[in-house]
Design a protein. Structure first.
Length: 111
């Protein structure tokens, strides 16, 4: 899909074995980010992010808590009176962006 900031290519594949590989890579003009997620149905820590820029590699994670745990801890904190960490308009914009991106990819695949 072509956007104002460049081209987005979405590639998905499946194999014949039961070994899910949840990865994401975004490549820009001068940097790349690689994300490696554990399968969504296991509790084995967080994703790992690797940022590559001008030959320098910075790695973040894995962290002890996984996203599933963090989501429920955030809900519990809000129910106990804490303010949400993120503005709801910001979260809504993220969801709209993801849906728009998925729709653009689906249109491209349908061609």
């Amino acid at each position: 899909a072509q956007g104002p900031a460049g081209v987005i290519e979405f590639v998905a594949r499946t194999g014949g074995m039961w070994a899910p590989d949840w990865t994401f890579a975004a490549v820009g003009a001068d940097a790349q980010i690689n994300l490696d997620f554990p399968p969504s149905y296991v509790h084995r820590g967080s994703a790992v992010a690797e940022v590559v820029r001008r030959g320098e590699v910075r790695r973040f994670g894995p962290f002890d808590a996984d996203g599933y745990d963090r989501e429920w801890l955030e809900v519990a904190a809000i129910l106990n009176g804490a303010a949400p960490r993120y503005d709801l308009d910001h979260l809504r914009a993220d969801i709209v962006y993801a849906l728009d991106l998925a729709e653009a990819c689906a249109k491209e695949v349908a061609r």
